[in-house]
Design a binder for this molecule. Sequence first.
Ligand SMILES: *Cc1c(COP(=O)(O)O)cnc(C)c1O
Length: 224
Amino acid sequence: MSIKDNIDDLKKDMKDYDAMLLAVTKTHGVDKIMEVYNYGLRDFGENKVQELLDKKDELPDDINWHLIGHLQTNKVNKIVGEIRLIHSVDSLKILKKINNRAKKLSIVQDCLLQINISKEESKSGFYEEDIEDIINQAKELENVKIRGLMTMAPNTEDVSVIRSCFKGLKKIFDNLSNLSYNNIEMEYLSMGMTHDYKIALEEGANIIRVGSKIFGKRMYKNVR
Ligand SMILES: *Cc1c(COP(=O)(O)O)cnc(C)c1O
């Protein structure tokens, strides 16, 4: 299967849904990424700041970059203002840092809150019960805009576990949609990867983040 065939497959699976295909390019070189670019995709995701910035430098300017991995405080100044969307805001501390940097640059940085639905210790993200508090604090931060939520389902073969995780996030998303703050607006629901994007689409995802299904297996295990 070529990269083009893989994308065609994905598009077929997505045809009944109004969702964005985010190509996860981590570990892949610019040649392979250019194949995807030349086939029309423009939204690319990386989970490490430096790798993202290096690729951004080498690749065309009309790519929308997304950070999908944990953001360390010492990398905030490098990334804010450089990318379309930070999917992985997982603490109030990091959100405030992003806000401070965006203020310095006189911009508004779009972000998603990462939610740890399954409460796996290996995953980052807010617990459901902490969301109200984070929203209350986030609404005061004028240089960030919270445009939705992101999650990762547990890495399991048990489809019902995955589905209930996505259902849980969709429910939170719908509840938060009733809020009306200038800088908090539920538009994007980022969930689903290679092994579970079909379930995610069925449960309401409008951004799916797909790596292996497009590029093939990664050569080394990328920590997430
Ligand atoms: C790597 C990664 C993906 C894509 O994973 P695949 O299984 O290769 O599709 C999606 N989301 C996050 C947060 C990732 O780190």
